[in-house]
Design a protein. Structure first.
Ligand code: ASP
Ligand code: MG
Length: 441
């Protein structure tokens, strides 16, 4: 069985839903289809939630009717028969009456917000399944809320997901097409929750890992992962092959095409992930798997909104346990550290979540000297095959960037990543310089 995930733009128009049906039925293999909400819906739902949180009920109801009108016209093009249309209308009446009912719950809390935002995927999957049925394609809709669960730390519970899915699939092992919602799940309190924005990719990978799928395919509207950011750099091209490690670095450091956690379950069970383009299904896309090609430089990605903290202490000289004391503070404030550079008496780190930066600085200042944090920084991550015996890799990267001030460098953490920190104002220049210097384009 393969898991195929289609994102918001791939289901965002009725004709795109038709193409997805053609794609999944043209291929003979068994498919587990994971869908996102129609493009724009999750944002619209969150905006309704914002109005409700602000006590603007009228405004929320207007937004709800506006969104419903979009679905009404969508249905008229999605379905071909009056029975199909009636089924579709039934689905959206049900879901929108639930959405309206949320406006009457006071106060409107995070719990309601999560129920509200889950509606996007509940709508898209039911509408799609009804479309399949109308076209004579029998498909089974498996509710994600019955098998997708996160723990108290918001981490998916793989064992549970695997056990639940096995139970649910047992009587339906012969079904050709299974459909489920991306993104949504339950938390340990049994409430509706989600895997964070863009989380449908993660759903696909969790299912792929749990059922030991033959392959996970993530269908979007570009030809796979590009070697550089196509919004900023001209002459980028899709990368044919990446290892799990390389793809994880790229996804984490800014390649928007993939939710950063997606790689973890796929890698754990060795299930290859293929990125495909719904607009051009014959294009090879990007294959993410265990093996690697020997190309040295594969891709560059950038992550903005980074803050650098500079920590100094003479007591660090020849001391042990010093780094532990520093990192314990980040741990206590649940703040992940991305990049680290050390000297004998100093440590520089970067973080992207600054909600606890004051508290962290206050605790660090009890045993360290601190500089002012530097905001508006960008991490540039160069990914490739940098085995330790290959000469000249860092030189080539730094040479490409020779006209740009670099604040921090991290190299050698793995054999496939070199990261640099610079002020965000140099980002576009740096990405372009690296494209020229590393990829001969
Ligand atoms: N619909 C959710 C979002 O917009 C999840 C996803 O599309 O992956 O973030
Ligand atoms: Mg996405």
């Amino acid at each position: 069985m393969q898991v195929w995930k289609f994102g918001g733009t791939s289901v965002g128009k009725p004709e795109r839903m038709h193409s997805i049906r053609e794609l999944i039925t043209a291929d003979a293999g068994q498919k587990f289809v994971v869908l996102s909400a129609l493009s724009g819906t999750t944002n619209a739902l969150l905006s309704i939630g914002e109005s409700l949180k602000a006590g603007q009920d009228e405004e929320a109801l207007e937004k709800i009717e506006h969104l419903k009108a979009h679905y009404d016209s969508f249905l008229r093009e999605l379905y071909k028969t009056s029975e199909g249309l009636a089924k579709g209308q039934q689905i959206i009446e049900n879901e929108f009456s639930f959405i309206r009912s949320l406006t009457r719950i006071k106060p409107f809390t995070l719990k309601q917000e999560k129920e509200l935002v889950a509606e996007g995927e509940l709508l898209s999957t039911q509408m799609f399944q009804a479309h399949l049925e109308e076209m004579g394609v029998h498909a089974l809709l498996l509710p994600a809320l019955e098998f997708m669960r996160i723990d108290a730390d918001n981490e998916p519970e793989l064992d549970y997901i695997e056990r639940k899915l096995r139970e649910m699939l047992r009587p339906h092992g012969d079904k050709h097409i299974l459909v489920t919602q991306g993104f949504i799940c339950r938390n340990p309190r049994g409430e509706v929750d989600n895997l964070k924005r863009g989380g449908s990719d993660y759903t696909a990978s969790l299912i792929g890992g749990a059922i030991r799928a033959e392959e996970i395919q993530i269908w979007t509207d570009i030809d796979g992962m590009h070697n550089n950011d196509p919004r900023i750099v001209r002459n980028t091209y899709p990368i044919r092959e990446l290892t799990f490690e390389e793809a994880a670095e790229l996804a984490y450091f800014g390649a928007k095409i993939l939710h950063p956690s997606t790689i973890t379950p796929a890698r754990k069970f060795g299930v290859p992930v293929r990125l495909k383009n719904t607009m051009d299904p014959a294009a090879p896309g990007t294959l993410i798997a265990d093996k690697t090609t020997d190309q040295v430089f594969k891709a560059v990605a950038a992550k903005d909104g980074i803050t650098a903290l500079y920590i100094h202490s003479l007591r660090m000289l020849n001391a042990y346990g010093f780094l532990r004391r520093i990192f314990e503070i980040f741990e206590r404030f649940k703040t992940p550290v991305d990049m680290i550079a050390t000297s004998e008496v100093s440590v520089s780190v970067t973080i992207d979540d600054i909600t606890k930066v004051k508290e962290i600085q206050a605790e660090l200042s009890t045993f360290c000297d601190l500089e002012e944090p530097e905001y508006d920084q960008t991490i540039i991550c160069v990914v490739g095959n940098f085995s330790a015996d290959k000469p000249g890799i860092a030189a080539q990267v730094l040479n490409a960037l020779k006209g740009i001030p670099v604040r921090m460098i991290s190299y050698g953490g793995t054999e496939h990543n070199l990261s640099l920190l610079l002020h965000s104002r140099y980002k576009a220049e740096a990405l372009n310089a690296l494209n020229e210097g590393l990829f001969n384009v």
